[in-house]
Design a protein around this ligand. Structure first.
Ligand SMILES: *Cc1c(COP(=O)(O)O)cnc(C)c1O
Length: 390
């Protein structure tokens, strides 16, 4: 039988340890451990008591990792990260005269604004540059100037550039003014320490396929129980109703609709691997070493990183494209992929750039290998002048 494609198994011959696939140096999905992939070689029933135990354990472990405290709940939601963002905004973004303040310095803040627009919840926004962190004083001034702002939406690591926004300072500004804080911690949770109870973060959203190093398939919101209780009937959507999902998880231990069973058991394994690595602290150490090796090496080659040292996080690194006309991203990309590395195009509004992720099951050796492949790619293209276009 012909299906229009030659083989379900990838024919690509990748580096050792990566299952014949290139390393994913991207914002996710990421390269995962073999044990995580192997956990998926079983078909679980969603009603199975053991499976329900796994779901309960995942919810508890996520709360523990977030330091969410006893007043918090963790609700899992099928889909990618954006599904949980939309679910949480559907439940927590106010209507009727009150509004949400969206802090935008990249695509993911923009996406939250787009969701609010679509579900017709009032919002206002602070638009920053995609290469500087969200200014805390502007947030404070906006809150002082507009008592109708009830919820503040912040992207912790804005994966568009890799910038880490000042979560703790913004949390202080928001909470000292009695407002609710929702954080898109999609690409930071699991890598950067977050203390929800200590810093009074009300809602945190992340997904299965970022720094916990699971595979795609679900996302989650960790949030204050009283907010969840008050959100009954508020969601614009049936499938994305976080409150209804929570109620089902509490009462039956099950998702309301088909759960991504394989993804969940793989995620449970990924949580075990995270613990074995020394938890978030251990993982951060590896990611920081990846970042340092990659950024120093790229600078030595002559590339210019977008961000100043203190603003760049260990998640993903943005480099400005050289203005040399022989540099073509598509050729660069394909060359690196042939060497076993999948990188990511840039998404900056003004300057051409590309991104290399430093998260997932990759280490300093992988970073050194990608640096060698970058050097060879430049030679292959004949690129000599690495200065970025102005
Ligand atoms: C990955 C990511 C998301 C979610 O994107 P999906 O494609 O829906 O998984 C949201 N915010 C940030 C900051 C991200 O890095």
């Amino acid at each position: 039988m012909t299906l229009g494609f030659s083989s379900v198994r990838p024919t690509y011959k990748g580096p050792e340890g990566q299952e014949d696939m290139p390393y994913l140096l991207t914002p996710g999905p990421l390269t995962t451990m073999r044990s995580v992939k192997l956990a998926m070689l079983a078909d679980w029933g969603s009603r199975d008591p053991e499976f329900r135990d796994i779901v309960r354990a995942i919810r508890n472990e996520l709360k523990r990792l977030a330091h969410a405290g006893p007043e918090a709940e963790c609700v899992l939601m099928q889909g990618s990260g954006t599904f949980a963002i939309e679910a949480a905004l559907g439940c927590f973004a106010p209507g009727r005269g009150r509004k949400t303040l969206v802090l935008v310095n990249g695509n993911y803040g923009e996406r939250a604004a787009q969701i609010l627009e679509h579900i017709k919840r009032p919002y206002t926004r602070i638009d920053g540059s995609d290469s500087t962190p969200t200014p805390v004083d502007e947030v404070a001034a906006a809150l002082d100037g507009d008592p109708d702002i009830q919820l503040v939406f912040l992207v912790h690591c804005e994966t568009t550039s890799g910038i880490v926004n000042p979560l703790i300072d913004i949390a202080r500004a928001v909470k000292s003014r009695g407002r609710v804080l929702m954080v898109d911690a999609m690409s930071s949770f699991g890598a950067l320490p977050i203390d929800m109870a200590g810093d009074k973060i009300d809602v945190l959203v992340s997904s299965s396929n970022k720094c916990i190093e699971g595979v795609p398939g679900f996302a989650y919101a960790i949030c204050r129980r009283d907010l969840l209780v008050a959100s009954a009937g508020r969601c614009h959507s049936v499938a994305l109703d976080l409150h209804a999902q929570w109620t089902a998880l509490e009462q039956t231990g099950q998702f309301r609709f088909t759960p991504p069973t394989h993804t969940l058991v793989a995620f449970a394994q990924a949580l075990r691997e995270l613990a074995d690595e020394g938890g978030i602290e251990g993982r951060l150490k590896r990611y920081r070493a990846n970042q340092a090796t990659l950024v120093q090496g790229m600078k030595r080659i002559g590339f210019v990183p977008l961000l100043e040292e203190p603003h760049a996080g260990p998640i993903i690194q943005t480099f400005l494209s050289p203005h040399d006309p022989r540099f073509e991203f598509e050729i660069f990309y394909r060359y690196l992929r042939s060497r076993g590395f999948a990188i990511y195009p840039g998404k900056l509004t003004r300057r051409p750039s590309f991104r290399i992720g430093t998260i997932g099951q990759v280490d300093e050796k992988v970073m050194r290998d990608v640096l060698q492949a970058v050097r060879d790619a430049l030679k292959h293209m004949g690129v000599k002048d690495l200065r970025p276009a102005e």
